[in-house]
Each structure stands twice: as C-alpha cells, then as structure tokens.
Design a protein around this ligand. Structure first.
Ligand SMILES: Cc1cc2nc3c(=O)[nH]c(=O)nc-3n(C[C@H](O)[C@H](O)[C@H](O)COP(=O)(O)OP(=O)(O)OC[C@H]3O[C@@H](n4cnc5c(N)ncnc54)[C@H](O)[C@@H]3O)c2cc1C
Length: 388
C-alpha cells in the first residue's frame, strides 16, 4: 500500500531503498509479517529494473517487463506501507529521517539499502553522456540511440568509459545491439592499463580475448579521459567522437550518508559490523552497495553480495525490534562466481583466479537471473514458494 503524504510518521522499522537486500527483507516479511510493528518503506519508484538483466535489455534480447521487480505487491503482502519518495536526511541519534518533501519519519530501527551512485570524474560532461545508473534512464537512452542509429539518423558509434564488470557487459551488449548496423563501432575506454582492472590475470585475458573476438575496440592505459564537447580525449589528444558516451566509472556513496553522523569508511560508505549494523549506531543497519564491512574482506560492489546479505538482514531486523539476542552473522564470500554476458549466447565466468567463457555460463546466468525476478513476481501474485 502506498501512503498519502502525511506530515509525520512514527514506525517500528524504516526501510530506506529497495535494493536487493531489502527485497529479501520484504520477501521475509511477506512470508512472516512483523506483528505489532508498523513498517515503512521509502523508495522513489515502486518498480525497478533488475541489473543482472540490464545487459540483455541493452542488447535487445529481453523486454523491460521480464526484468522489472515491482515492490508494491510484495509490500502489500508483507503489510508494509510504501512512501514513494527519497530519504533526504537521516539523523540516527534522534532516530529520525526526513524525505525530500519534508515528511518526518521517527523509527525504532532503520535499515539502509540505497545502492550507490556513479562516480563522475572531473572533465567528463556533455549532452552525449549517460551514466550506467539510474538503470531505466540508461536503457531508455540506449534504445533511442539504437533506433536512430539503425535508421541512419546518427553515427552508429558509442564509447563506454570504464572497463570494470558493468562497462564490459555494456560494451558486449551494445556490440550485439548494433550488429546489423553498417559502420557501427563500440569503443571501451579504461584509464588503467587493462580491462577488468580489479580482476585476475586470467580473467583479464579471457575478457580481452572475447572483446576482440566480437569487435569491441579497447583503449586502455592512455591516462585520464576527458570529454570535451563531443570529443573524447586523453592528455589533450582526441581519441574518438562517438554519438553516445556511457559512463561506467565506478561508484560513489549516497550523499545523505555524509551528513548523517554515521560511521563511514574512507570513501564515505556506511561502515557495518558482521551483523550488518552500523558500527556507530547499532539501531541502524545497512547492506548492499551503500555499506562496507568494518572487518573482513573488501567486497566488490555487486548485487550478488547484497542478495546474500538479505536473509541475514531480515533475521537481524526482527531480532532488533523484538530486543532478542542471537543475531545472525554475515559471512562474506570473497570468491563469489561472477558471470558476465557477452550478449551472443555466451557468458564469461570469473571466480578467484579462474576464468572461462562459453554457452553453459550464459545458460546458468540466464537461469539465475530469470528465476530471481520470477520468484518475486510469483510471490507478489500470491503463488510463490520463494524461501528465506
Ligand atoms: C549494467 C549493470 C549490470 C550489473 N550486473 C550485475 C550482475 O550481473 N551481478 C551482480 O552481482 N551485480 C551486477 N551489477 C551491480 C549491481 O547492480 C549492484 O551491485 C546492485 O544493484 C547493488 O544492490 P543494492 O542492494 O546495493 O542496491 P540497488 O539495487 O542499487 O538499489 C538501491 C535502491 O535504493 C533506492 N534509493 C536510492 N537512494 C534513495 C534514497 N535517498 N531514498 C530512498 N531510496 C533510495 C533506489 O531507488 C533503489 O531502490 C550490475 C550493475 C550494472 C550497472
């Protein structure tokens, strides 16, 4: 149920953001509602694209309907009130949050799963630019571009800046999307000397080989990249003049954290303990890309970790509200399997130092992703069997 704007709200649990971990909390509460506590979810949009399926959307191999998760049916099932807004201010010492329109929300426990923004390096701006997030804006912009390019209305050239996992998948997806367009070119630019800078040597080798095989041009190690007008430059030298530039240059923490007084890491992300509670304000929990573990491995920002944190977060939020002990510990899995779609019916599998590319990996990725989205949809329509 969505709420009509109300000047002030008092609740047991405030959930800010509907990222992957909070979807698991919603699923848990849908199966076993929190009796006796009012739960409020604040999120700007009720429907969100599942990032794992965005490359397939960009490649034109999936429809937005199959990649969208709607939180409203889940919230209804869980007895959670939804406020379609952004949390603008969080004052943990006062157990207070304020939305952009000024609604004040007082809570007993609060959980943040706000994701992360896209880091915009100095010198990169312009009308040809779109960032990888918000995902719906990216998908919309690429569709418009692909449509114009296929009708010969714009030069069919695109550059992706940043060759981390997201940038690599987007480059593969665009190469596939523009396959039938004469003269189409996809350029992948990376400041570091190699694609997949955080990956293993074997992972980088397999990714570079597959990019070359499908015809994505890679320019790595040319130094800081600028966008001047519609020209992409490095050290004052023009590298390309693409019709569309996609920014995949890493993450930035949600702005509201900096003003919150919560303990943050050096980069400004919420610092949480192994029970996913803020290290400075234990009534605040956090998961997903907006949070980092104070102890333990530094996890890459990936949905897979947020998904794994979800059930732990759900159990610990219940315990916090009921003042119970027995908190569950989140055990980070450093060597999680990452699957990058090459958008041609194959995928690259990466785990630790090992890497492989082939059709079975695409089959596995597609199965995991479609099952994930379908599980929420089934639950929302009342015939689900998803487990928490
Ligand atoms: C193109 C692309 C492909 C990717 N593919 C994969 C993949 O295959 N596998 C993988 O593991 N990872 C993948 N990732 C990374 C993955 O998307 C993120 O790591 C993941 O989405 C993080 O999940 P999260 O739970 O932290 O938050 P998100 O999923 O980012 O959700 C954040 C939520 O918070 C809401 N929000 C934000 N600010 C506010 C606010 N102020 N108030 C209230 N609500 C707010 C947002 O609307 C959203 O609901 C991909 C990323 C991209 C860009």
């Amino acid at each position: 149920m969505t709420r009509r704007p109300e000047a002030s709200i008092r609740c047991g649990l405030l959930l800010a953001g509907a990222g992957h971990a909070h979807l698991a909390v919603l699923r848990s509460l849908a199966k076993r509602p929190l009796r006796g506590f009012r739960v409020v979810l604040v999120v700007p949009e009720s429907r969100g694209l599942y990032s794992g399926m965005v490359p397939a959307l960009l490649a034109g191999r999936a429809s937005p309907a199959t990649a969208t998760i709607d939180v409203l049916p889940l919230a209804r099932l869980a007895g959670i009130e939804v406020v379609l807004e952004r949390v603008a201010t969080l004052l943990p010492a006062e157990r207070l949050a304020r939305t952009e329109s000024g609604i004040e929300i007082r809570w007993e426990a609060c959980s943040l799963d706000l994701g992360a923004g896209v880091r915009r390096p100095d010198g990169i701006d312009g009308a040809h630019l779109v960032a990888v997030k918000p995902l719906d804006a990216l998908v919309q912009r690429v569709s418009e571009f692909a449509s114009l390019a296929s009708r010969g209305r714009v030069e069919p050239t695109v550059a992706v800046v940043g060759a981390g996992a997201a940038g690599i998948e987007i480059a593969f997806a665009l190469r596939e999307r523009l396959r039938a367009v004469p003269g189409a070119g996809v350029l992948l630019l990376e400041e570091a000397s190699t694609v997949l800078p955080g990956g293993s040597a074997e992972g980088r080798r397999v990714v570079a080989r597959e990019l070359a095989r499908v015809g994505v041009e890679v320019l790595a190690g040319r130094g800081r990249i600028d966008l001047r007008g519609d020209a992409i430059c490095a050290h004052g030298t023009e590298l390309a003049r693409p019709s569309l530039v996609i920014l995949a240059t890493g993450s930035t923490p949600p702005a509201l954290l900096a003003r919150s007084g919560l303990a943050l890491d050096r980069e400004g992300y919420l610092e949480v303990d192994r029970f996913l509670r803020s290290t400075s304000h234990p009534r605040v929990s956090g998961a997903g890309d907006c949070a980092v573990l104070a102890e333990g491995p530094r996890l890459p920002r990936a949905g897979v970790h947020a998904v794994r944190q979800g059930p732990v977060l759900a159990a610990n939020l219940r315990a916090a509200l009921h003042d119970e002990g027995g908190l569950r510990e989140f055990r980070a899995r450093e060597k999680a399997l990452a699957l990058l779609s090459t958008a041609d019916g194959r995928a690259i599998a990466l785990r630790g130092r090992w890497a492989s590319c082939g059709r079975p990996w695409w089959w596995l990725k597609n199965r995991i992703d479609t099952a994930y989205v379908a599980g929420f949809r089934r639950l929302g329509t009342g015939d689900g069997t998803a487990t928490v």
